[in-house]
Design a protein around this ligand. Sequence first.
Ligand SMILES: [Zn+2]
Ligand SMILES: [Zn+2]
Length: 226
Amino acid sequence: MTSFDRMWNLRSALRRPSGRERCTQPGCARRVTIRCAYADRRQRVCATTWCIQHGAIFDDTAYCRRHAGTVAALSNGFYQLALPDLDNRAPSLVGWVSEELDAPIRAALEAAARSRDTTLVTDPVRLTYSPGIAPQRCWSRTWKLVDHLGVVRQVSIEVEEESQDLVALRIDNDLIGRSMPPWIERRQKVAAVSPDEDAASRNAFNLAFARSVQAFLGRDEIASGF
Ligand SMILES: [Zn+2]
Ligand SMILES: [Zn+2]
């Protein structure tokens, strides 16, 4: 892409929708009022157009829902140059799942801390490399229990760029498991579900994750007691 193309893309992203565009959501006939302003580190602009219901606003700026999720997840001080690529769903998925699981993860870490003099610290969503023989680019959010000597326990939610449909749970340095969220599984099957079924499957997914966190933090607690 030449620098002229980049400038043109950025300018068209900032233009208000003319009203003739269609909402990107299939089957939606509502008036378009949002053009996604997300530009990645290569200045490629999303520029998809949406009605007010299918788009999103974050910090007074209009985005598609995915990129609203991306900027929200990265909003705590991540530097602009590292903005993830346009088609990268990983940061938004990590941000979303982390919000849902924030309370149970904090509760499980606080329970594991017992009376020890520790502080709970959370890192924003950021780019890391998953440990292993062939390190993978991976977006993660981490909750840490720290004391005066360093990190006592830590829990991370991770999504690798190579497999953006799977959410991984890591406790300390152990990979506990990977799981596909029900809404992604459903998208692949194109199966229709009622809002109740949707809510139930999301709850079940969150509960399963929260239980794993409790179980694995608790297990080590017992093991270290011997
Ligand atoms: Zn729409
Ligand atoms: Zn977008």
